[in-house]
Ligand binder design. Structure first.
Ligand code: MG
Length: 354
């Protein structure tokens, strides 16, 4: 698989420079979070009819091997002094796959997409009622609000279970500016008035409000300003992240309700592509051919969500403009960055020429 051509320093690229073993509290937190995964996840399979035959026995076999292998990972991390969130993600999905549970969140994702699609007309109506900079500001706020829906974070998982995970209340969670990292003025001056970029490649994160109410209205507006937009989604399932197999029909579905989006799709100015990746943290040294080809044509790369923008690729440098946008929803990520829960990151960087 190709290395993303827009990486400025491919030879020294590291998916993540956040070694969890540098801080005892962080290592313990992530190991405990992953240890609790089997107990948190059987409900999705059972409630959504995804359990399959002989579920109790198969799930017990999964949970037993999962616990044993996680303990081996812990011991190995103690020995080497190294542990990264992507290692844990990779381990979890290998286990699920091996035991025949490749996509426990399939039902959740579907439901969240259905809800978000019904809210889409209202969101784009609110956007279209504004013009110029206020329109872009609302779109920016929308992408942060949408990114609150995340089944990787205990805080937002609890909100989801309590039925509080709706887009319009999430808009209220977006803090007032200035944000924790706030390069929005540079970004807004590049967006408002258009034509600073030709093509934007967005590495998208979650299903539901995130993609439908956060990313799509922004992509739609970029398209309307004459930019081409490529949305890169994961190849295979990871928690509630949207996959390319889910993204393509979702784009068609939303386009059926919105002539603007429909025009962008039929003219090829908005496309969904396979990133080639499989986890919430993404490895830009292994992307799909089509993702690399899209990157070559792009002059702005967007890394959306904590996994893509912060837990991985925080220190990566690019040959084109890069925008990292995420809501901080995890206590350990917050501790690592010296932020507060629900702080917003809007980090824009001009190209680094190696
Ligand atoms: Mg995610």
């Amino acid at each position: 698989m190709p290395v993303l051509c827009q990486l400025a320093n491919p030879d020294t690229y590291q998916v993540s420079t956040w070694n969890l073993m540098d801080n005892e509290e962080d290592a313990a937190y992530w190991l405990a979070l992953f240890a609790g995964f089997p107990d948190r996840s059987d409900r999705y399979l059972l409630e959504d009819g995804l359990a399959g035959p002989d579920f109790s026995r198969r799930w017990l076999a999964f949970a037993t091997e999962y616990a044993e292998r996680l303990e081996m990972i812990r011991v190995e991390a103690e020995r080497t002094g190294r542990l990264y969130t992507i290692d844990l993600c990779r381990f979890r999905w290998d286990m699920l796959d091996r035991h025949g549970f490749p996509d426990p969140c399939a039902g959740v994702k579907q439901r969240e997409n259905d809800v978000a699609v019904t809210l889409y007309p209202e969101v784009v109506q609110r956007v279209d009622a504004l013009a110029g900079r206020p329109r872009w500001e609302l779109l920016l706020k929308g992408i942060l609000a949408g990114n609150m829906f995340d089944l990787g974070s205990p805080e937002t998982m609890a909100m989801y279970q309590r039925g509080e995970a709706d887009f319009f209340s999430f808009l209220e969670y977006v803090p007032a500016r200035p944000w924790f990292i706030d390069h929005a003025d540079v970004l807004l001056s590049g967006l408002n008035g258009g034509a600073r970029w030709r093509q934007v490649l967005i590495f998208v994160d979650n299903s539901g409000a995130d993609i439908v109410l956060g990313v799509l209205p922004l992509a739609r507006e970029l398209g309307r300003q004459g930019l081409r937009v490529a949305l890169a989604a994961n190849r295979t399932p990871a928690l509630n992240d949207i996959t390319i197999g889910e993204l393509r029909p979702l784009l068609e579905r939303v386009a059926g309700m919105d002539p603007v989006l429909s025009d962008l799709l039929t003219s090829g100015r908005l496309v969904g592509i396979d990133s080639g990746n499989s986890y919430p943290s993404i490895d830009l040294s292994r992307v799909s051919e089509e993702c690399d080809a899209a990157a070559a044509e792009s002059d702005l790369i967007v890394l959306e969500g904590m996994g893509r923008a912060i837990e991985s690729n925080w220190d990566a440098s690019f040959k084109c403009d890069v925008w990292r946008v995420a809501m901080l929803k995890d206590e350990s990520v917050v501790r690592w960055r010296g932020a507060k829960l629900y702080d917003a990151v809007c980090r824009f960087e001009a190209p680094i020429i190696p």
